[in-house]
Design a protein around this ligand. Structure first.
Ligand SMILES: *Cc1c(COP(=O)(O)O)cnc(C)c1O
Length: 384
């Protein structure tokens, strides 16, 4: 993918006018390619898609239909509100809701043909009594906690309900799932321990499709794929692992515009806190993106640490000083002037500046970088 796409390839109704100062491009072809890649890795397992949090900040309204066109039939979201919005987009999809059954919501699930992921004995009992009252064996997933101690049934709770035929008769358990805590570290022994516990506990529950792997879990190999895999971050171009090369295509491209270029003499400082002092005559580009756009303040330059490199075409240029709400400053001393002058565009996230590199520099993970990309930049969808 080339870092600069001509505007005539854009599919958004809002066109790129001269007043735009930040553009977030989302490549739906790259999203679909990542989906196909994951589906191939999952071999015979069905490849679902996790589109919670507005498709990790990229826009569920565009991402979910693109995934459906790529062949995805089963979707996961976090909340009932997200599920209702997704149902309107994809009338025929299977939709599971991780947050499960809050008191009084069963009818909302039934009405929109949504499936709760039941996370406790209490939720299972509530779903059972609702199904019995309607006389419909409605579908649901059962979530087993295999060692993360977040959502899901503990081993004791599985014991409590395993033999309760009266409960299971009322409903259709279409999926039994669990979630891995350390899959991003391929050698971590916890993944195998969780896999064994998942096998032991799911054997006691009604037979249903089994699902354990998120994106990183898929990369652990076929033993973790079961019947259905649930990737999120890899679809959106994030790196499922902490280290190594990311096998997935970059989907998000954030670029900002140079508002002003200034020449700064040795000894002078740049930005809030006067944290960067110039050691040589420098050209500084002031760019129209800041932490209010999701470009974290923690990307500010700290003493003795390498700063994040942004790109003007193929020329790397390091961030200088602090990231402020609406602006960053970039040292363009070694970038040709015709590429870095007033009005020029700089790549802040994209093929040359992977979300993973931004996350690592900001002390966070790709997920948080993507889900924080704000609404201020012009959003442009290409492909799809
Ligand atoms: C968010 C989530 C996923 C997707 O995880 P990725 O690491 O983004 O692939 C899968 N399963 C559950 C239970 C989740 O909460």
């Amino acid at each position: 993918m080339s870092p600069e796409r001509p505007p005539e390839q854009a599919s958004s109704e809002r066109t790129e006018g001269p007043s735009e100062t930040a553009i977030l491009t989302i490549d739906l072809d790259a999203l679909a390619a990542n989906y196909r890649r994951l589906r191939d890795l999952a071999a015979s397992a069905e490849c679902a898609a996790v589109v919670k949090a507005d498709a990790y900040g990229l826009g569920m309204a565009e991402a979910a239909p693109a995934l459906a066109r790529a062949g995805c039939r089963t979707f996961f979201v976090a909340t009932l509100g997200e599920a209702t919005a997704l149902r309107a987009l994809l009338p025929g999809a299977i939709i599971y809701v991780f947050s499960g059954l809050m008191p009084g919501t069963a009818e909302l699930y039934r009405a929109a043909d949504l499936r709760p992921v039941l996370n406790s004995v209490e939720e299972i009992k509530e779903w059972a009594s609702f199904c019995a009252s309607r006389g419909e064996q409605l579908p649901c997933a059962i979530h087993i906690d295999s060692g993360m101690n977040r959502l899901g049934l503990s081993a004791d709770e599985v014991d409590q309900v395993a033999e309760a035929r009266d409960l299971w008769q009322t409903m259709t358990v279409s999926l039994v799932m669990s979630h891995l805590a350390c899959a991003d570290e391929p050698d971590h022994p916890k993944s195998e321990a969780q896999r064994k516990m998942f096998d032991r506990l799911r054997a006691r529950l009604p037979s249903a499709l089994a699902s354990l792997a998120n994106s990183a879990g898929i990369l652990l190999g076929p033993d973790f794929a079961y019947d259905l895999v649930r990737p999120g971050i890899a679809l959106y171009g994030g790196h499922p692992r902490r280290h190594g090369k990311n096998p997935f295509l970059s989907v998000v491209h954030l670029k900002g515009r140079v508002l002003q270029v200034r020449h700064v003499a040795p000894g002078e400082t740049v930005g809030y806190g006067a944290t960067s002092t110039m050691t040589r005559p420098s050209r500084i580009a002031v760019v129209s993106v800041g932490y209010a756009d999701g470009f974290f303040r923690s990307l500010s330059v700290r003493d003795g640490e390498d700063s994040l490199a942004t790109y003007f075409g193929s020329h790397a240029a390091p961030i200088l000083g602090r990231v402020s709400m609406d602006l960053i400053t970039i040292d363009v001393s070694s970038v040709p002037e015709e590429l870095s002058g007033r009005g020029a565009w700089v790549e802040l996230i994209g093929p040359n500046v992977p979300a993973h590199a931004v996350a690592a520099r900001a002390g966070t993970i790709d997920y948080e970088v993507l889900t924080n990309l704000g609404q201020r930049a012009l959003r442009r969808y290409i492909g799809g």
